[in-house]
Write a protein that binds this ligand. Structure first.
Ligand code: ATP
Length: 307
């Protein structure tokens, strides 16, 4: 395992009874990166992340976190790794800020719990017992608990699930700050736009394996963008295609509705509007659409990603 690797998973297999949740999964996470793990429900994301956190013992394969074994070296890893669990892991009667101060005291160089609590909007509910916090407040506390010890590496399991828009914005800002500070972030999410916006690398998991991995740009490369417009039906598609760069193709999927696929550059847009002008066509409702991570995900898994 090289020095700039934070997590290295090789051939991970995990079974629950007869069900194979993770089926020979390989994944490397570079130090200082934000890596998103995306996948449909039941793909094996949580099991994989829990194996890295030392909560699951692999049936086969190896997991190394900061060069250590998450189970055998748990005590050495715990001060260096932050974990945001989906279901808190917090005693139900404890007050939010009490819990945060308590966890801060367990670390050698914690963040100031009061400042972190305020940043995450926990000051207003600091005296509320955990079981009475709203779902969003519990999420915010779970994030604060993962970060208060200034970890080198954090695992965030759907950190924005159940948060209001303000909470989502704040959480995404915090993730960007962690990255700036050199912290490695492993994020599981169902939100493709979140993964695309925040991640250096994205691993798409399906059926317990990584089926695609790369930067969002790499994963989207090679797919087709599209430009659509409306005009009178029956335009000469061959003439339009001839006017366009070689990689582009024009089609009329519905009468009067046109679609150009290929790499849509500003020149392609200019060519289409100029061609329409020359042929007396008023191109209406022109839209361009970039090949997104969502398209890649759909192409690979045949499924939409829904929480
Ligand atoms: P989701 O997006 O729904 O959270 P996931 O990708 O995190 O899903 P996992 O929770 O890792 O997927 O589950 C992978 C498979 O293993 C699923 O089929 C699930 O039903 C099964 N599984 C997970 N945990 C257990 C368990 N404790 N006992 C039995 N089966 C389990």
């Amino acid at each position: 395992m090289s020095n700039d690797t934070a997590v290295e998973i090789t051939g991970l297999v995990k079974r629950y009874g007869r069900r194979t949740a993770v089926d020979g999964l390989d994944l490397t996470v570079r130090k200082g990166s934000v890596t998103s793990v995306l996948g449909p429900n039941g793909a094996g994301k949580t099991t994989t992340v829990e194996s890295c956190e030392g909560y699951r013992r692999p049936d086969a394969g190896t997991v190394r976190v900061l060069g250590l074994d998450p189970i055998a070296d748990g005590p050495a890893l715990r001060p260096r790794v932050g974990v945001m669990l989906q279901n808190g892991g917090v005693y139900p009667g404890v007050r939010a800020m009490e819990m945060l101060r308590h966890v801060a005291r367990l670390h050698a160089h914690p963040l100031d719990p009061e400042a972190l609590g305020e940043r995450l909007g926990l000051d207003s509910c600091g005296r509320t017992p955990y079981r009475r916090l709203s779902g969003g407040q519990q999420q915010r506390l779970a994030l604060a608990l993962a970060l208060v010890g200034r970890p080198e590496l954090v695992f965030l399991d759907e950190p924005t699930a159940g948060l209001d828009p303000g909470g989502r914005h704040l959480t995404r800002d915090l993730i960007r700050e962690l990255r700036r500070d050199g912290v490695t972030v492993v994020l599981t999410t169902h939100l493709i736009d979140e993964a695309e916006e925040l991640s250096d690398r994205v691993a798409i998991i399906d059926g317990g394996r990584v089926i695609a991995e790369g930067s969002p740009e790499e994963l989207c490369r090679g797919g087709s963008d599209s430009l659509r417009f409306s005009g009178r039906p029956g335009l000469d598609l061959k003439a339009l295609t001839d006017a366009l760069p070689e990689h582009c193709e024009a089609a009329e999927p519905v009468p009067g509705g046109y679609r150009i696929t290929g790499r849509i550059t500003p020149q392609v847009l200019a060519t289409v509007t100029a061609w329409c002008a020359q042929h007396g066509v008023l191109a209406d409702r022109i839209t361009t659409r970039r090949h997104s991570l969502e398209d890649v995900f759909l192409d690979l898994t045949g499924r939409e990603l829904r929480p």
